[in-house]
Design a binder for this molecule. Structure first.
Ligand code: ADP
Length: 675
């Protein structure tokens, strides 16, 4: 487990937009000062039990209300008469407020840790669950890796029995925490439903508690994303207290409205939830709140200066969080930054969306990556960057699908009228579908590379804006404007080259046999992979020695072999450290009637025990491999009257050698697969 990330700063966290400074907070502040001046007399092992107060404090914590007056009164009493078990809960809540609002984070943490320790004593059994839960959800989640908070919350559940409404609130908090930790959607749904079913007596009741209704709301959201049907009792309790003054309910409403594209409803849910923020709003709800606030406010049409400044406020809070938790909160903050740039009308938002998505993927926050790709696709569409649009859409669909949000995938596909997403690496798809997906490697890669195109296109927009600025000045600077135009030409050429290659490949996939220059066809594939190889730090060398030699074959399929072999080589180099990563692509004649293509890498090579199996369909040693690349390549080579073989490379690595006749056998059907 990662070590905790304790803040080293002593300054307080920024005020939350919309958070009121009220009497309850002032009472907490007095209690905090009193506690400090009491010089470590509290917390102490409880000498008595006060179930009523414990219950009131816990209800307030569950509802996110700040029971400042109660906390202050209990503290004064405890300083006189000694701690009760409820004092531990009061002090834990106080520590959470102090951490959120005032200087002295270390003191607040020490206090919360001490309370958690004391809560595990037998005398504190009745409040143990509540104290540990508050510690996990409000304190640890602010300072430690989320996993640690989740573990403590799990420990808290051992201190049963709890009331159904507390169980339901816990389940909401737990799933929110796991959501932020990157858990797959089916896990969240399964857990939340199990808890909801365990509170049956509320399902039929007329006055469904807010916590149960909030849980049902979250279940409905998860079902909507997963595309599955909601049980009648869940649907019933999700609707119950429609205007509950509960932050969690409004947060769910905000998320649903945003996802459904209902900006007006999302904005009013945002207003409602802003008014319900307190220092006891748990971070697992706070972070998504700020993210969805930014996404809701960052609408390209008509964002006013006032909205922009609110947006900035939310984004800054996420930024602060990102400093403490660069992985998870960092991904959210990056997405918020991209959305802010997007709202300001900058094409550079595309690059930031990409960064956000890759950061989110790195933190295993697939749903955040999906949101980032979705927004990138929307921006692309507005900018009319047709070349990159399908790639962004596909990435969004892939990410949603990977997370388990098949309902979202279907909805977007309908809206975009798109093709089904790629299934590469999907563990849960039938093998047949996986094979078909991999057989489409050329098309798939074309799409992925089209996504590279957006870099030069975004640069073009920036240079164009710069040129306009230079020319619009009171004294136009034609020199600088010309420089910008030169850059535009260069970027345009670069983008054009890539787009041409992708289109060329896509078009030729449907062709049959043709006669084409083999080296030029190989170079097209290399062009598509160049950016990938650069990113992976691969030194690529081509030794093509068949200039002017024309092959009579199915061009797309021959290119697909090259693509599969080169991709495997890049993947094989992924773990290579301490030596340069090298790939060589070679072509040369073999007698008068055949040609040979070779792809060599200096990776780990193929162990002797595996060499006999690597061409078998579905054989893969990679965690996300499909094991069809080589079998497809062999099928293509053989159908052309040729062959493919592995030759160990010296001193390390692998060489794949493909021999093809200059005039091939009749063409293969385009949906060749290894079965
Ligand atoms: P996948 O790439 O999905 O695993 P392939 O059929 O393309 O499927 O490859 C099958 C297996 O062959 C790989 O999992 C890997 O073990 C091995 N392999 C392929 N190319 C290389 C290479 N260049 N270096 C080392 N091993 C390789």
């Amino acid at each position: 487990m990662n070590s905790p990330i304790f803040p080293t700063r002593t300054r307080s966290t920024p005020r939350l937009p919309g958070a009121p400074t009220d009497l309850q907070e002032q009472a907490c502040h007095r209690a905090w000062l009193l506690l400090r001046s009491a010089g470590g007399r509290l917390p102490s092992a409880p000498r008595s039990s006060d179930p009523e107060l414990a219950r009131e404090l816990q209800d307030a914590f569950n509802a996110g209300r700040l029971p400042g007056a109660l906390i202050e009164a209990e503290l004064r009493r405890a300083l006189e008469d000694g701690s009760s078990d409820a004092t531990l809960l009061a002090l834990t809540l106080l520590a959470a407020v102090a951490l959120e609002r005032w200087h002295g984070a270390r003191r607040a943490l020490a206090l919360a840790h001490a309370c958690a320790e004391l809560a595990r004593l037998p005398e504190a059994r009745d409040v143990a669950g509540a104290v540990l839960r508050a510690h996990a959800a409000l304190v640890l989640a602010r300072v430690a890796p989320l996993r640690e908070a989740a573990l403590l919350q799990a420990e808290a559940c051992r201190f049963a029995p709890v009331r159904p409404s507390v169980m339901a609130r816990n389940a909401s908090l737990w799933t929110s925490l796991r959501l932020l930790g990157g858990a797959p959607l089916p896990e969240l749904l399964h857990y939340a439903e199990a808890v909801h079913q365990a509170a049956p007596r509320y399902q039929e009741a007329d006055d469904i508690p807010v916590a149960v209704s909030q849980l049902a709301g979250r279940i409905s959201l998860y079902h909507y994303l997963a595309g599955s049907a909601i049980d009648a009792p869940v649907a019933r309790s999700a609707l119950a207290p429609i205007d509950a003054p509960h932050f969690g309910c409004w947060l769910t409403r905000l998320q649903v409205a945003y996802l459904r594209g209902n900006t007006a409803v999302a904005r009013s849910a945002l207003e409602a939830s802003a008014g319900l923020l307190t220092p006891l709003t748990p971070p697992c709800e706070l972070l998504p709140y700020h993210l969805f606030a930014v996404l809701t406010l960052a609408q390209p049409d008509g964002t006013t200066p006032a909205l922009r400044s609110r947006l900035r406020g939310h984004r800054r809070v996420l930024q602060e969080w990102a400093e403490r938790s660069p992985g998870h909160a960092g991904a959210l903050a990056e997405l918020a930054r991209a959305a802010e740039q997007d709202a300001a009308g900058g094409a550079r938002a595309l690059a930031t969306y990409e960064q956000a998505a890759s950061r989110a993927r790195g933190a295993q926050l697939t749903w955040v990556a999906a949101l980032a790709w979705e927004r990138a696709a929307a921006l692309c569409s507005r900018l009319e960057l047709q070349a990159a649009l399908p790639a962004y859409r596909r990435l969004a669909l892939d990410a949603w699908r990977d997370w388990g949000a098949h309902g979202r995938v279907r909805e977007l596909m309908q809206a975009w009228d798109a093709q089904p997403p790629a299934h590469r690496g999907a563990q849960d798809e039938p093998a047949e579908e996986r094979r078909a997906a991999r057989a489409d490697t050329v098309g798939e890669l074309g799409v992925a590379i089209a996504h590279e195109v957006n870099q030069p296109l975004a640069a073009i927009l920036l240079h164009a804006a710069a040129a306009r600025r230079w020319l619009r000045r009171a004294q136009p600077d034609a020199g600088r404007a010309l420089e910008a135009l030169e850059q535009i030409t260069a970027c345009g050429r670069q983008a054009g080259d890539i787009v041409r290659s992708v289109r060329g490949l896509a078009r030729r996939q449907t062709e049959d046999v043709s006669t084409f220059p083999i080296d030029a066809a190989l170079l097209e594939v290399v062009q598509l992979l160049r950016a990938l190889m650069q990113r992976q730090g691969v030194q690529f060398e081509s030794r093509l020695q068949l200039p002017g030699v024309r092959l009579h074959a199915n061009r797309a399929q021959v290119q697909q072999i090259a693509m599969n072999l080169l991709l495997n080589a890049v993947e094989a180099l992924g773990d290579v450290r301490g030596r340069a990563r090298r790939i060589v692509l070679a072509s040369e004649p073999v007698g008068a009637a055949q040609v040979e293509l070779r792809v060599t890498d200096n990776g780990p090579g193929v162990p002797a025990a595996e060499q006999a199996r690597i061409f078998d369909a579905l054989y893969s040693t990679k965690p996300h491999g499909t094991g069809v690349g080589l079998s497809i390549s062999r099928a293509i080579a053989e159908a052309h009257g040729g062959r493919i073989e592995l030759v160990p490379a010296a001193p390390c690595g692998a060489t794949f050698r493909v021999v093809l006749p200059l005039r091939c056998a009749p063409a293969l059907p385009t949906d060749t697969n290894a079965s």
